[in-house]
Ligand binder design. Structure first.
Ligand SMILES: [Zn+2]
Length: 419
């Protein structure tokens, strides 16, 4: 065993260099309010990708790009037969996004690579830093695109054909910025994947914890709902003859909220989209289309919510004299992360003396799809007021440093583990 493998306690990443790098990337697509607009596969995204590639190559890493534009930067290990340990996140952003959602995980990975070089560490296994394509889904309406194709959940040709509002396809957008790579866009054997991300919620900040040890992602069920009543004159239709699709929808929306609140702080239930027809102030609405989604860490609970919601929503519609068409778009199972990877995050944080809390991810992340093929864990850092997908999204430099240091510990420990 080499000295570099035994003296890990004093191996520190450079927090200032990490912060400067985060701020440097944040100038690419910077918005006046201090956020970032870096929509996937645009010229702005290309600038971030080019910079990422240049910095990786300057560190001696070998960069390859796959057919959906995912970027992998490899640092060789001592043993060419060992599977790589992966880490990463995404450099694309929401239209009015923040500086840290996604970027933190990629740029912290760069800092891990820089620190390994500075400390003269050669790990047993190779390490690869990943920038996944289009995590956000705001341009082509399809989130987790790069990791989803990689994981075999979405077919490449279908994804290539998706269009943005201007009619540009994913394939043409990849070609336009020169990031349709030659590597196959499919899962390859890897030893582990670690993703550092801001929490995007209020729990760590509220409980004053520095590190979130993410144990998995919650289960979800999504529906399209349509209530169909009858358009009629607002002034002449008495209560007894109304078939008001909006009143019915409102009662169902209230049901969504009640089913959520009945689950305490773990419950999630949202109607975020509502289209009213004919949407005229003096017409009783004849049709309403709306979205419904529920999430919960416990898959069985999502099953119970699903049963209760469909039955009770139908009863509400019947009592309102309105037809209800409910389509289940999908049910995503809960995705538990790998116990041994979670443990490396826990050990890393403990070694550094950081306060921690186990947490289930409320948002979707590339890690959730990667976890279907590769042992995976995530690390969360707090973010100010739990705010994300917002230009005001903010974290403290010490929080970024702590998250990056835990990432370093977990990745190096995994890459040097005895197999
Ligand atoms: Zn993200």
């Amino acid at each position: 065993m080499s000295a570099s493998k035994t003296a890990q306690t004093n191996q520190r990443i450079d927090g200032k260099r990490l912060w400067d790098s985060l701020m440097g990337f944040a100038t690419i697509g910077a918005t006046p309010k201090g956020g970032v607009r870096r929509l996937t596969l645009t010229e702005v995204d290309k600038r971030a990708r080019d910079r990422f590639r240049a910095e990786c190559e300057a560190l001696g890493l070998t960069v390859r790009v796959d057919a959906i534009g995912n970027m992998f930067a490899r640092r060789p290990g001592r043993d060419p037969n060992r599977l790589p340990v992966l880490m990463g996140s995404h450099l694309d952003s929401q239209p009015s996004g923040g500086k840290f959602d996604g970027a933190l995980g990629v740029i912290a990975g760069l800092e891990v690579m820089r620190s390994l070089n500075d400390l003269g560490i050669t790990t047993d296994a190779p390490i690869e830093l990943v920038n996944w394509t289009d995590e956000e889904g705001s341009r082509f309406g399809h989130s987790l695109m790069g990791s989803g194709v990689w994981a075999g959940i979405y077919a490449l040709d279908k994804v290539y054909a998706l269009t943005d509002t201007e009619g540009a396809t994913v394939a043409s957008a990849l070609d336009a910025i020169g990031y349709r790579g030659t590597a196959a866009a499919q899962a390859f054997p890897a030893d582990a994947y670690f993703e550092l991300h801001i929490e995007q919620g209020p729990i760590l900040e509220r409980e004053a914890k520095r590190i979130g040890i993410v144990t998995g992602a919650q289960a979800q069920v999504w529906y399209d709902a349509v209530t169909i009543g009858q358009d009629s004159h607002a002034g002449t239709t008495p209560p007894s003859t109304r078939k008001d699709a909006l009143v019915c929808a409102a009662r169902i929306i209230d049901l969504v909220d009640r089913l959520m609140r009945a689950r305490g702080e773990d419950g999630r239930g949202t109607v975020g989209q509502l289209l009213v027809f004919p949407n005229s102030r003096n017409v009783v609405p004849g049709e309403v289309r709306f979205s419904v989604e529920f999430r919960h860490p416990d898959e069985a609970e999502v099953g119970r919510i699903d049963a209760e919601f469909t039955q009770q929503a139908q009863a509400i519609a019947d009592a309102s004299g309105v037809k209800l068409a409910l389509t289940t778009l999908f049910r995503i199972p809960a995705q538990p992360f790998d116990a041994s990877c979670i443990d490396l995050v826990r050990q890393g944080a403990a070694k550094l003396g950081y306060s921690t809390r186990e947490i289930v991810s409320g948002a979707g992340h590339d890690a959730v799809y990667v976890a279907r093929h590769v042992p995976t864990a995530m690390i969360f850092t707090p973010c100010k007021d739990g705010l994300s997908h917002n230009e005001l999204e903010s974290i403290e430099p010490e929080e970024a440093e702590a998250g990056c240091q835990v990432l370093f510990e977990a990745v190096v420990a995994r890459a040097n583990r005895t197999v």
